[in-house]
Structure formats: structure tokens, C-alpha cells
Design a protein around this ligand. Structure first.
Ligand code: NDP
Ligand code: ENO
Length: 451
């Protein structure tokens, strides 16, 4: 579906750059990323953080080429396109504060990860003359925006010119624009992000519970394990509210995280009951449903060798340690039960989701690997305690999300975050490298296909 008939002319964009103002409410990680990228491209940008921190913000951003204003009223009064980039939990409250100050005929959007509460707040608190075109960059603040998906939601635009203006502004990110409705966006992001985060958050809690740094223990060896460890730590190096908001505010996410907890519990139960045949049947059935459509020539996205180099251990042991991979069996079982075909969403996927899919695909589609994993699951007890902790963690995250308890979410997230704190900076560096190399590989492959 096209968002604009045709792009604005160069002259028009130059004129907008000299006459329009872009406002950003919330100069946290994502707001700052946008403010910098827009100013670098020649747009006039103003922004604010919470009013209480105005003096601090002025100091903090004194070397930047955008203007810091006192509060969202001032930003709203003078901006032609305003982006709310605040915590999902407080979007309603923040829009209720500043919405009425929006400049006559301006356009408003937001960066929150779930759009239902965001557009509800816009509809409730913005004057009717204001247009609503929202955005969502499907990546974290430290990822290069080029080539990453950027969702644009035209919820209430009144003219082609407004759409062209937002399109021209967003073009400076060089992201892949994807046009969706708010409802489509929330369903797809639940499918891709909710389960991914539930799995990696649970891994972190399980390692924390056994008081084991996985890169030190000699049991998580090999590329698949490196990917699990790096992504889990990457999530724990972000802010808790990003994951809490995304899961708690999205009703589809609740259902999916609950399914993940159930899948993991049921698979673990089959393991400890020694019901090998039943486990095998269930896992192979799920494989058929999720990966059955891939033909024999399908080239896997990732392999163990590629991921070997990304170990947090300075002297990683050689080889690969077989593992029951409960977290990965659980995800494919959940996709199967929820009728999710993860490939359908690749256009709208975050880097973490793509890596997760790559790792899962590798386990399920490489000859013998899944068989080995099922054998370990049934007959090798060395991962049982970890699998037990993992199951408890998955159920716990599901409970916290379904109760909508932000405080408990924060407490649990930050406890595990503290456990990993000494390694987060290093893990982030390595994770960035991993994301970059994998992204490059995908690009090369797409180019080769086109040739
Ligand atoms: N981080 C990520 O990976 C991604 C996040 N998102 C979404 O983007 C949004 C922002 O996330 P992110 O930048 O990471 O989070 P941050 O916490 O870094 O940024 C949010 C900012 O909004 C500020 N804020 C809160 N209330 C107000 C207010 N009344 N007026 C002005 N500023 C205010 C916060 O200030 P204070 O800290 O003082 O409260 C903070 O600086 C969230 O909804 C998140 O879900 C989307 C894509 C990726
Ligand atoms: O890639 C991921 O899943 C991340 O963890 C980063 C992220 C977090 C929140 C979003 O709304 C979009 C991307």
C-alpha cells in the first residue's frame, strides 16, 4: 500500500527544511537518535525532556545542533511535526499534558512500541485540526538506522503534502519504510518481539538463578550459545520500561507470552517424564508447520561457525556442547500453536528477531542437530536444573505481564540486570558487531539473489 503518490521534489524538501520545525518530546535514547539524525540532514529541530530536568538538559545537549526547550508545551507550540518519544506507560499522561498546545494544523506522531494506547491518546487529547502520522523504528538506539525497518502509520492525515513531508523527513534515516495501520503494527510486533523478548529475558533470569555467568561456565560452548548469551545481555543492557511497555500494553503480546510459558512447561514436563516419543512427535510436528515450506535449496541464515567468533570468553573452549535448547524448542512450538509463520514478518522484524529466527532455523533445519538436541533433552540430565529455572522464569514473566505490573517487571528486570552489569558494556560491543556482520551477510545474499 502506498503512503504517498509521489515523493516531494528536492526544491520542496529544501523549502521545508528552511521553514518547518520538527519537535521531539522525550530526548532519551530514541528521541536523541532522531534529533541528531534530523539535524545532521539539515532539518530544524527542537526538543525537550521533563521540565524538572530543563537546566540539566540544556547543559547535557549544549554542543548539539538542536534547540532545547523547557517543556512539551513549548515544543508543541512551535513545531510542524511533533514526535512523542516517551515511556509507553506514560504516553496517555504526557499527551494529555501537552496535546492542547499543539500548533494549529501540525502533525503528531509517537515512537512508542505499541500503537493502540498511543493513537487512543492522540485521538482523545489532540485538537481535531491536528493530523496523526506515527512512526516506529524497529531497532534499538545503537543500531545503524540504514536498512532497518521503520513503520509509518497514517492514522489521520488530511493531505498528500503532509504525508510527503513526513516521508521526506523520515527518509534521512535511510531505513526501509513499511506502511501499516496501528492494528496491523501491534499484531505483527507482538508476533516478532513479544516472544523474542520473553525467551531472552527468561534465559537471563535462569542464569541469574543458578548464579552462573554462561560465558565462564564450560557448558554453553559454540556459536548458538554465543548468540543466546549476547542477545540476552543486549536486552538486559537496555532500559526495563522498553520491554515492559511493549509487552504489557499490547494484548496480543499477553496471549503469546502465555503460550510461550505453556509450551516451555509442557515440553519440559515431557522431558522429565522421559516421554521421548511424545516429545519428538510434538517437536517434529511444530517443525513441519513452521519450517516445512522451506525447500531443500534454502540457504540457512546463520551457522554455528559464523557465530563462533562472538564469544564473551577471551579464550573460548573449542567445539560445541550439545544442549536441550528448551528455549528454542519452546519458540517453535509456540509459533506452531499460534499459527505464526515468522517468515511472513521479516519485512517488519528487529535485528534481534532475525538473529533469533536464524538460530532457531539452524537448530531445526540442519541435518542431525535437532535429533541430537532431542536426545539430550531426554537422556542427558546436565541441563535439567537450567531448564527448570528457565521454565520457572518463562512462567513468571508471563504472570507479571498478564497482571500488568510495571513495578514487579522493573524489579525483576533490574535484579538480573545488576547480576550481568560487569559484562554489559562488553556484551553490547560484541552484540553490535554480531548484528552488523549478520546484517551484512543478509544484504549480500539478497544482492546475490537479485543478480
Ligand atoms: N530503546 C529502544 O530500543 C526502543 C524504544 N522504543 C520506544 O521509544 C520510546 C522511548 O524509548 P527510549 O528512548 O528507549 O526511552 P528513554 O527512557 O531513554 O526515553 C524516554 C524519555 O522521555 C522522557 N520523558 C518522560 N516524560 C516526559 C515528559 N513529560 N516530557 C518530556 N520528556 C519526558 C524521559 O525522561 P525521564 O527519563 O526523566 O523520565 C526520557 O528521557 C518508548 O516508548 C520505547 O518503547 C522504540 C524503539 C526502540
Ligand atoms: O530488537 C529488539 O527487539 C530490541 O530489543 C530493540 C527494540 C526495542 C523496542 C522496540 O520497540 C523496537 C526495538
Amino acid at each position: 500500500m502506498g503512503f504517498i503518490g509521489k515523493q516531494a521534489s528536492k526544491e520542496q524538501v529544501t523549502l521545508w527544511k528552511s521553514t518547518k520545525t520538527i519537535g521531539i518530546i522525550g530526548l532519551g535514547d530514541m528521541g536523541l537518535l532522531y534529533a541528531r539524525r534530523f539535524t545532521e540532514s539539515g532539518w530544524n529541530v527542537v526538543g525537550c525532556d521533563r521540565e524538572e530536568t530543563f537546566e540539566e538538559s540544556k547543559q547535557k545537549y549544549c554542543d548539539e545542533n538542536f534547540t532545547i526547550l523547557k517543556n512539551g508545551h513549548q515544543v508543541s507550540r512551535c513545531s510542524d511535526y511533533i514526535i512523542y518519544s516517551v515511556e509507553a506507560e506514560s504516553i496517555g499522561k504526557v499527551v494529555s499534558l501537552y496535546g492542547e498546545s499543539t500548533k494549529l494544523g501540525a502533525i503528531v506522531g509517537g515512537q512508542t512500541s505499541c500503537k493502540a494506547p498511543e493513537v487512543a491518546a492522540f485521538e482523545k487529547y489532540l485538537p481535531k485540526d491536528v493530523e496523526i502520522i506515527s512512526v516506529h523504528s524497529l531497532h534499538g538506539p545503537k543500531v545503524n538506522t540504514a536498512g532497518q525497518p521503520l513503520v509509518i502509520i497514517d492514522h489521520r492525515s488530511y493531505s498528500e503534502e503532509s504525508r510527503q513531508f513526513v516521508d521526506a523527513l523520515m527518509s534521512c534515516l535511510n531505513s526501509k519504510k513499511v506502511y501499516l495501520t496501528a492494528k496491523e503494527h501491534d499484531k505483527i510486533t507482538a508476533d516478532t518481539q513479544a516472544l523474542t523478548h520473553a525467551a531472552f529475558l527468561s534465559m537471563g533470569v535462569a542464569w541469574h538463578a543458578t548464579k552462573e555467568y554462561p560465558w565462564e561456565a564450560k557448558r554453553w560452548i559454540g556459536g548458538l550459545e554465543n548468540a543466546k548469551i549476547n542477545i540476552s545481555l543486549r536486552i538486559y543492557s537496555n532500559k526495563w520500561h522498553v520491554y515492559a511497555g511493549l509487552a504489557i500494553t499490547n494484548p496480543s503480546a499477553h496471549e503469546q507470552i502465555l503460550q510461550y510459558a505453556n509450551s516451555v512447561t509442557e515440553l519440559f514436563t515431557l522431558m522429565i517424564q522421559g516421554k521421548g516419543e511424545e516429545l519428538r512427535k510434538r517437536v517434529l510436528g511444530a517443525r513441519e508447520k513452521v519450517f516445512g515450506h522451506l525447500d531443500n535449496n534454502y540457504e540457512l541464515l546463520l551457522d554455528d561457525d559464523l557465530l563462533q567468533q562472538f564469544s564473551l570468553n577471551k579464550e573460548p573452549p573449542e567445539g560445541r556442547q550439545p544442549n536441550s535448547h528448551l528455549s528454542l524448542l519452546g519458540i517453535v512450538d509456540s509459533w506452531s500453536k499460534l499459527d505464526i509463520v515468522p517468515y511472513d514478518h521479516i519485512i517488519c522484524s528487529t535485528p534481534l528477531f532475525r538473529i533469533f529466527l536464524g538460530v532457531t532455523e539452524y537448530l531445526f533445519c540442519s541435518p542431525n542437530l535437532l535429533e541430537e538436541c532431542l536426545n539430550v533433552a531426554i537422556s542427558d540430565t546436565s541441563f535439567r536444573q537450567d531448564d527448570l529455572e528457565f521454565t520457572l522464569a518463562a512462567r513468571n514473566w508471563s504472570n507479571v505481564v498478564s497482571y500488568g505490573d510495571y513495578n514487579l517487571y522493573r524489579q525483576q528486570f533490574e535484579e538480573t540486570q545488576r547480576f550481568f552489569a560487569p559484562m554489559l558494556a562488553e556484551a553490547n560491543k560484541l552484540g553490535n558487531e554480531m548484528v552488523k556482520i549478520i546484517f551484512q551477510r543478509v544484504k549480500e545474499r539478497e544482492e546475490a539473489k537479485r543478480r
